[in-house]
Design a protein around this ligand. Structure first.
Ligand code: AMP
Length: 416
């Protein structure tokens, strides 16, 4: 497999899939440019080598239709500023052959939003799965997706995928396009390499003890990950809203706390499995409860199995925070996904803060720590600790699928 560091792009045209799905305000201004900055090492390396650069991305969910609200022309200036060079714009990504052919070494072309074409995602539009004609429509769309991918591939000599955020999708630009390049001309970008290495550090290249922290609102959305991790971790902290499903399953009183009543058996199953596998399962014993779902609610500490009516567990209590910190501080590998409470409310953020701070301490002591998947990234950002952990993943769904043990199509298309 070709490697970005060793590849020489001189005199070649590279088409690079990035994730420039950046948030915009009502005036089309970028409110968070993390994703653009994340792709810069790869883009700059290609230009520095003397290659020409064709950048492609999606933005939002235009569902196969042209929609100015999602036009990448809005970020053309920001990309140019970040790269420190002019960026040309191709207003139709499927008809950019001339603009691509005219590119000289060191020049940059940004293609319009790939998802203005339904072919990018490759799902038939305007037809329900139940429709008898759906299967035929799907086949036809897959054929069109191949054509679309071939067109994109025809613009360049080499394909680089640096969009980890969409690596779990088998889309034209993230996976199918790779079929049109030989093994020496398809490459993972630097960001993608970093993500793959980080995932590898928590799934196979594990230094022990390994502590995983799974939080968030529901056990049902994390079950695939919990099951995959059960064979790998030494300590498994389950926190956040799912605490109360476990508590109720064990016969506890949980007041108004959130609970998945249809997952009580599953919770007992997880407890039994952890015991069988010798995993130290850490679930909160006390909580900070509120008498309303609001930052200004009255607060009181209760045992997680004895919460009175009218109160709901919204954060980890003081004993629980200590238990979490103990299991984290001794670890040499740490994975954190999902908050320990309603961290968006400052008055219920202490559990998540305790986790973040313990991770920072362990990292200082030589642990590898990976934080990823939506809200835990928001947590470390909120506490100003993002640069004090080993790695903050840029991919929400993609990271979750990777740690569930699934093969990501965007990576498989290049690595084989
Ligand atoms: P998820 O999307 O499943 O990772 O869940 C993240 C959300 O879970 C965040 O918005 C938190 O506010 C929420 N959450 C965490 N703990 C609780 C809790 N005890 N009660 C209600 N929501 C919670």
């Amino acid at each position: 497999m070709a490697n970005i560091e060793n590849f020489n792009f001189a005199g070649l045209k590279a088409i690079v899939r990035v994730d420039f799905n950046v948030p915009l305000d009502d005036n089309g201004n970028i409110t968070d440019d993390t994703r653009i900055r994340g792709a810069l090492p790869t883009l700059k390396k290609i230009l520095a080598d003397g290659g020409a650069l064709i950048i492609m991305s999606h933005m939002g969910k235009p569902k196969g239709k042209v929609n100015p609200k999602y036009s990448l022309s809005q970020i053309q200036g920001a990309v140019a500023a970040a790269l420190g060079t002019d960026v040309k714009f191709a207003p139709d990504c499927a008809n950019a052959a001339e603009a691509a052919a005219a590119l000289k070494p060191g020049e940059v072309l940004l293609l319009e939003n790939l998802r203005f074409y339904a072919e990018e995602e490759g799902k038939p539009v305007g037809i329900e799965k139940e429709d008898p004609a759906y299967e035929d429509a799907k086949k036809e769309m897959k054929a069109r997706q191949k054509e679309f991918s071939k067109t994109l591939a025809s613009y360049a000599d080499v394909y680089v995928n640096d969009a980890f955020g969409t690596a779990h999708r088998k889309h034209a630009s993230t996976a199918v396009i790779a079929d049109y390049f030989d093994a020496d001309h398809k490459i993972l970008g630097y960001l993608m390499e970093k993500e793959v290495t980080a995932v590898d550090n928590v799934l196979s290249n594990i230094k022990r003890p390994f502590t995983a922290i799974m939080g968030g609102s529901k056990v049902s959305t994390k079950i695939g990950i919990i099951e995959n991790l059960m064979d790998k971790v030494d300590n498994l902290i389950l926190c956040g809203g799912m605490t109360y499903t476990f508590s109720k399953a064990r016969g506890g009183k949980i007041g108004l706390s959130i609970c998945e009543d249809d997952k009580l058996d599953l919770a007992l199953d997880i407890i039994a499995k952890a015991k069988e596998k010798g995993v130290n399962l850490v679930i909160g014993v006390d909580c900070v409860a509120g008498d309303a779902f609001s930052n200004d609610a009255n607060r009181q500490i209760f045992p997680t199995n004895d919460i009175p009516e009218g109160w709901e567990g919204m954060d980890a209590g003081p004993k629980t925070r200590e238990m979490f910190a103990d299991a984290i501080k001794e670890a040499k590998t740490i994975l954190w996904n999902g908050p320990a409470g309603v961290f968006e409310f400052d008055n219920f953020a202490e559990g998540s803060r305790a986790i973040a701070e313990a991770i920072v301490e362990a990292t200082d002591n030589g642990a590898f720590s990976l934080v990823g998947g939506g809200d835990s990234v928001a947590c470390v950002n909120k506490f100003g600790l993002a640069d004090k952990v080993s790695y903050v993943s840029t991919g929400g769904g993609a990271l979750l699928e990777a740690i569930e043990g699934k093969v990501l199509p965007g990576i498989a298309a290049i690595k084989g």
